[in-house]
Design a protein. Sequence first.
Length: 407
Amino acid sequence: MSEVRSDGSGVAAAVSAARSAGIERVHFLAWRDLDDEEAGGSELHAHRIASLWAENGLRVTMRTSRVSGLPARAKRDGYEVVRKGGRYLVFPRSAMRGIAGGIRRRDALVEIWNGMPFLSPLWARCPRVVFLHHVHAEMWRMVLPKMLASAGTRIESRLAPPLYRSTRILTLSESSREEIVGLLGMKLSQVSVVPPGVEPRFSPGGKRAPYPLVVAVGRLVPVKRFGVLIQAAATLRDRYPGLRLAIAGEGYERPVLEEQVRCLDAGSWVELTGHLPDSEVVDLYRSAWVVASASQREGWGMTITEAAACGTPAVATDIAGHRDSIVHGKTGLLVDEPSAIAGALDIILGDPALRERLGRDAQAQAAKLTWEATAAGALFALAAEAAKANGEPVGSGFGHRLPVAGA
């Protein structure tokens, strides 16, 4: 099987397994901190795992890049945050510090490979796992100048993969696993799936908007393709005159989207809400008729699952990650091309019975996902790597056998 699973009570058992393998202190290496203005799903994912490990007794340190206006060291939900290095210098700085022996007092390492790797196989002499949510591929060209994009592509696709061939890779979905194997040449047996969780606050409640409301949530960056959603909504306005689109999030592409809204004269029905408090995001999901994503790359589709937990179905592009967060025809609709999003939205907006059924099944599907299970699954994987380094059989004495991908 390819999935690492645990029930919600498994974090304590995973910590026991980790301690049996000699793990008390764990360091995370991540590009961005949760308090970074560009933080997204990857940062939330790391935070939830780190906080649950710390809550259950491990000493956890999160090392990441500096955040303007915040101290270099802080405590967050039981774990330590160390912010050093600039936005891009954090990668070579961390690698050089590791090679020089500067990152000490750890028993295990969790590297979050978010586009640019920290090259931990070259310097980390301890048990480790790597979270790789998705391949960045064409994303490099979307966000960086040509030369930097070319360098990023070469590092991700050519330089890094051979270095990580003996590393346990954890990813969020089966479709992302297949993409990692196919695009980066990783071995099927080294990549395991640990699905993300859903915060308990995402739940049904309130009332649906009295008008057709389409909602999208995420960082305003090119890969999310929010412009596609604006155009799709514009094509449906004749059919649904009261239709509104709310896009919640912040990012550097805001001026581009604002100009698109102005050119379409859509200011009365398209709202770029900016960053919203958690409670308002929940309210937005609950009032939406459908949540939408035109994203080009995702490891999972966490906003889709959050909305699903509120009983709201989804329309999204048929990409790795989305294929696992949506069961096509049961919890929402997947489309092959961004141009087909308007048609899929029309199907759901125009059929109340279908909306109700999809929303009900989406909620049931999301209820299976908890952060406790995610934290436990990831820690069992790390404990298994530590046991292997100690010469012990994987699963020996753990009370839990780590499923090996591809077995």
